[in-house]
Design a protein around this ligand. Sequence first.
Ligand code: SAH
Length: 223
Amino acid sequence: MADTRLAGIGMTSARTRDRLVQRLCDQGIADPVVLERIRSVPRHIFVDEALGSRAYEDTALPIGFGQTISQPYIVARMTAAVLEGGARLSKVLEVGTGCGYQTAVLAPLVMQLYTIERIEPLYQRARVRIHELGLNNVRLRHGDGTVGWKSMAPFDAILVAAAPQTVPEALLQQLRVGGRLVVPVGPDGRQELIRFTRRDNRVERQSLGPVQFVPLLDGVAAS
Ligand code: SAH
């Protein structure tokens, strides 16, 4: 029963997923490891059952609490931007777990993944999904990701799934030298995906193009 649910049928079947992967490939996602994760992570279990038949469309979908599951193309691009360079990353931080889909795509590609979500019911739900998928190198936390996860720093990479107006200084400080921070920055309608790389005495900045994310908010959500 559980196996059938994860494998999917009809609109959530392997064929539907192959079409999504082909589409991302056509749009320039070239990393075969990333494409294989998009193919194998059952995105339909992260959305409401009523939306299951749309899970392999390349769109963001509502997950409640005014939030969305990220568009597969964006998840693929963020993952590729974090991994680029080849070396296996040992410690990665994700800010904005949401439903846990991006978490699930990235987890097996790194040694240890830490992820923070400010909305408690989303954090709880993501925990169940990540556990269900057997991803046991993930530590989830309910909290404010703008301050990072100091006790686990420094990180090889930090991926932020919500857009701050300006880059939180704490996140840059929690990168190891050579580490990268992939983050959408700017106000609604004018966000840019940026990859910062920390060097000895400076931070390099590379623009990866315009994007659209929900805002990164301070503090934890009131429950
Ligand atoms: N990649 C996620 C989508 C996340 S949407 C997925 O695939 O589901 C962005 C998430 O960031 C939302 O769940 C939002 O609640 C969360 N968020 C916003 N500000 C935050 C903060 N300061 N700390 C932690 N999470 C935050």
